[in-house]
Design a protein around this ligand. Sequence first.
Ligand code: OAD
Length: 253
Amino acid sequence: MDDDLTMIRAAGLLAAVERVAVLTGAGVSKESGVPTFRDALDGLWSKYNPQDLATPMAFKANPKLVWDWYQYRRDLVKNAQPNPGHFALAALQKRFKFFSLITQNVDDLHEQAGSTDVIHLHGNIARTKCFFNCQGDPTFVDLTTIQYDPEDTPPKCPHCGRWLRPDVVWFHEILPKHELELATSASQSCEVMIVIGTSGLVEPAASLPKLAKKSGATVIEVNPDYSMITSIADVKLAGASGVMLPQLIEAMA
Ligand code: OAD
């Protein structure tokens, strides 16, 4: 289908509904300079092995390596700015009474762009918690309030003296219960779900669009490439989210 017609079709679908859910992945932050995980050329998992860096076992085996890798990513995210895709989603939220933005991203670029009540399925890289959750799950610690030697990482929990870790969900860990419940409920009740910049390879997030579809929603995908979501998408906006999403807002005007 002609690109303009596809955009008009997506805008028309949104104009006809009241309940919208959005699921974002690493692709939405790519134009902000934050690398994705699985892009063949520059995705993080093309250079690093997730089993060495993103599991509780990896952290136990080599806590300094894992902490320092997340510190590198934390710095990268801290310097990143939201891109037009993030701003378009913040603008889209204002148009709907029932709007849920679910993200797998651990950055806060959606919030920086003005989105509110963002459901973070995989945690927040800027936050730190005790690896042992010694004061209850989760035991967050404000890193700015403790002194530590950057050569001697990970820093130590002020409560129990053991390791601190980033508040991100690693492989083999379960997602935060409340966030997953909110995301599941939004997926079941939305009329349109927009799935943006995700390969659809990581569960349980990957099942949310399928749940939305099964519950009667129309699925719009924004992704320049084929993904595991493409086969269930009713409309595919095949391009970068920083380009496609502003065009979608314009088409809705
Ligand atoms: P992936 O790296 O698996 O997929 C990124 C997707 O973004 C791909 O389908 C790309 O085609 C697409 N993409 C690339 N550039 C884009 C652009 N400019 N606009 C829109 N889309 C673009 O990232 P996720 O699906 O988010 O888990 O990965 C899911 C999880 O796997 C992550 O949350 C992370 C990772 O291991 C944790 O950290 C727990």
